[in-house]
Design a protein around this ligand. Structure first.
Ligand code: IYR
Length: 239
């Protein structure tokens, strides 16, 4: 039984439509079971950390495909799905990406392009211009945002809420990787126009986030950071 199966007792919809619609009847869980699942999912996500120390162990392409399939379920402005995930396993191409990213980051960190307040904010993460993990990981996946999408008739379709849509898709991608025991980092080399050139993307796409993907290194460490408490993440106007 899926959410789209019509049960025998389901009433016919009284609505009329100009486009095709389907019945949607997801299972209604009893509340104890719903809370149990919510807690389990929350605890699972709490165990995720961004990783900068990766293992070179291989990751099958099938796992990248599963994560992108999950990302591809994201809601999007006008259902335009304005994302493209480009997966790079080729070591030579990964090395080119590393070189280009480090060139920009050297200007940021050593050349003084990063404003002081920004540097201070990054202090606890101990980031620097060394992006050697881009050579270590089996995959680099770059999410591109499609500002517009070329249509089969040659015209360009403008897309709406592109940042929101691609951001949500990337969140689902991260969660799917984590579910499979893989680690990643939301790396945003700055500026990252070099990815357009190296990965030969059309000008209608903008590099959005670069994800190194792999298993954490056996000696991986992460900064000792705390998540803000629920009381600061949630405010109620309870009824
Ligand atoms: N792009 C730089 C700097 C950087 C910026 C933020 I905001 C971070 O959360 C981490 C790093 C870099 O990749 O090092």
């Amino acid at each position: 039984m899926t959410a789209f199966d019509q049960g025998p007792t389901t009433p016919a919809s009284p609505r009329s439509h100009t486009h095709p619609f389907l019945p949607y009847r997801p299972e209604r869980l009893d509340q104890a079971e719903a809370i149990r699942r919510g807690e389990q999912f929350r605890t699972h996500l709490q165990a995720r950390r961004s990783v900068r120390f990766f293992s070179p162990d291989p990751v099958p392409a099938a796992m990248i495909e599963l994560a992108v399939d999950a990302a591809n379920t994201a809601p999007s402005g006008a259902h335009q799905q304005p994302w493209k995930f480009v997966a790079v396993g080729d070591p030579a191409l990964r090395h080119r990406i590393r070189e280009a990213a480090e060139e920009e980051e050297r200007i940021n960190y050593e050349g003084g392009r990063l404003p002081e307040a920004w540097r201070d904010a990054l202090g606890p993460l101990e980031t620097d211009s060394d992006k050697s993990y881009l050579d270590t990981v089996p995959w680099i996946v770059v999410a591109f945002a499609e500002k517009s999408t070329p249509m089969p008739d040659g015209r360009l379709r403008k897309n709406y809420y592109v940042n929101e849509s691609v951001g949500i898709a990337c969140g689902l991608f991260i969660a799917a990787l984590h579910t499979m025991g893989l680690a990643t980092l939301t790396h945003t080399p700055n500026p990252m126009a070099f990815l357009t050139e190296i990965l030969q993307r059309p000008t209608t796409e903008r590099p959005y986030i670069l994800f190194p993907v792999g298993y954490p290194a056996a000696d991986c460490e992460v900064p000792d950071l705390a998540r803000k408490p629920l009381t600061r993440a949630l405010e109620y106007f309870a009824g």
